[in-house]
Design a protein around this ligand. Structure first.
Ligand code: G3I
Length: 378
């Protein structure tokens, strides 16, 4: 057994003891604090799916009543070669959710990122034609959604189709198929599992220009009778952006269209912005620089408290919209798991979630529970 693994196991035993103490002090879990309002989820990684991260698994089963797959159901993972599907990890992911009676999310079917090059090209390396790509999309969706029919309750069908100015992203899907690739993706997903909730999922929809594009898109899909049931506000947010008023307006704007809203990938960045854009574009890369990584030795109490207040304010908005918000999912379990440690700058020490690097509940966790419990009494 490697040293790293031994340390992880020892930490894990210590953690389970501390979790017992923490819950004895405050017996309420996230899922219980929001029972009757919405489910609270976490995106889970390979180590958590396979049981290698027992500390993470204890937090997930104790605290959350929904899971999302951080990576295992992306096209490049589940369907790396033509005709070859890798269902081992996705099967374990779904079994994990079923074991704990969770609301299980599928992420994601049609995205411009993490799609193998072969999907768009023929044997000679040229782009395929519209019909060929539609057939590939159909087969992929039919196979993946069909396999988990009735077991995965909600799918992110189309992910990040919009540019920041609200126009459609010039992805290979758009270039080869045309604008109706979005309609087709929803139709194919509905055909494969008519009961599943189907989501359009994107980041920075709080920004008005991009939001207008998304509102227009959803309006068009609904007018055409396309079975879109919800909009996913990814929720890769900062301490200042967006204001709670803007988050409130954003949820209301989508609610008016008759769709549900899910907060699908929530985390809150406390680090200095590495770019001026409010983006979660995975292709963005920025050089390492000590000024961009100020809390490598620990998070100052003042920032810890600011983060806690920010989480409380946002959950207050989600609760206000409990009639339309059906799920709030954190994008990771502990700070150690977060993609934000490596994006857009590699190797930073980030603090975006509710549990710290040792798996301990942070002040933000207690604030989120407090807000949820205070609503029970209303
Ligand atoms: O698993 C391999 C490992 O074997 C290899 O040694 C290592 C080398 O870089 O890479 C590991 O894979 C990485 C994987 O995360 C797991 O850590 C990939 O390179 C990396 O690209 C991948 O990043 C994921 C990213 O999406 C791209 O798919 C993040 O984990 C994931 O959190 C992030 O999630 C996205 C949502 O799907 C869509 N919305 C934005 C969100 C955040 O970027």
């Amino acid at each position: 057994m490697s040293m790293r693994r031994k340390v992880a196991l020892a930490a894990s035993a210590a953690f389970i003891a501390t979790l017992a103490t923490a819950t004895a002090q405050d017996p309420t879990s996230l899922k219980d604090a929001y029972k009757g309002a919405f489910v609270v989820g976490a995106a889970i990684n390979n180590a958590q799916i396979t049981g290698q991260d027992s500390r993470g698994d204890a937090i997930i089963s104790e605290q959350f009543d929904s899971i999302s797959p951080e990576n295992v159901l992306k096209w490049e993972r589940v369907h790396p070669e033509p005709g070859t599907y890798a269902f081992d990890l996705p099967d374990k992911y779904v079994a994990f959710g079923e074991k704990h009676h969770m609301f299980i999310v599928g992420h994601c079917l049609v995205w411009h990122s993490q799609v193998p090059g072969w999907v768009f090209r023929d044997d000679k390396g040229n782009f395929v034609d519209r019909d060929t790509l539609l057939k590939r999309m159909h087969d992929h969706i039919q196979t993946v959604v069909g396999r988990y029919k009735g077991r995965i309750q909600s799918w992110d069908v189309v992910n990040e189709a919009l540019n920041e100015d609200g126009t459609l992203r010039q992805s290979p899907w758009l270039k080869i198929i045309g604008e109706d690739y979005i309609e087709k993706a929803f139709q194919y997903a509905h055909e494969a599992d008519p009961q599943a909730q189907l989501t359009y999922n994107d980041y920075s929809l709080e920004n008005e220009t991009k939001r207008k594009g998304a509102l227009a898109l959803i309006t068009k899909l609904k007018a055409e009778g396309i079975p879109v049931t919800s909009v996913g506000l990814q929720g890769h947010l900062g301490l200042q952006w967006p204001s709670v008023e803007t988050e409130d307006v954003t949820i209301s704007d989508f609610a008016k269209l008759g769709v549900k809203v899910v907060v699908s990938e929530l985390d809150i960045d406390v680090l200095p912005p590495a770019t001026q854009q409010q983006t979660a574009d995975v292709s963005l890369k920025v050089e390492q620089n000590a000024k961009l990584n100020p809390y490598a030795g620990g998070l100052p109490q003042s920032v810890q408290q600011e983060l806690a207040k920010r989480y409380a304010d946002l959950f207050g908005v989600f609760l206000k919209h409990r009639d339309v918000v059906t799920r709030v999912t954190l994008w990771g379990v502990t700070d150690a798991d977060s993609w934000r440690n490596d994006w857009p700058v590699k190797g930073r020490t980030s603090y975006p979630l509710l549990f710290d690097r040792n798996g301990q509940p942070k002040p933000a966790f207690h604030e989120v529970v407090r807000i949820g419990k205070s609503t029970e009494a209303r």
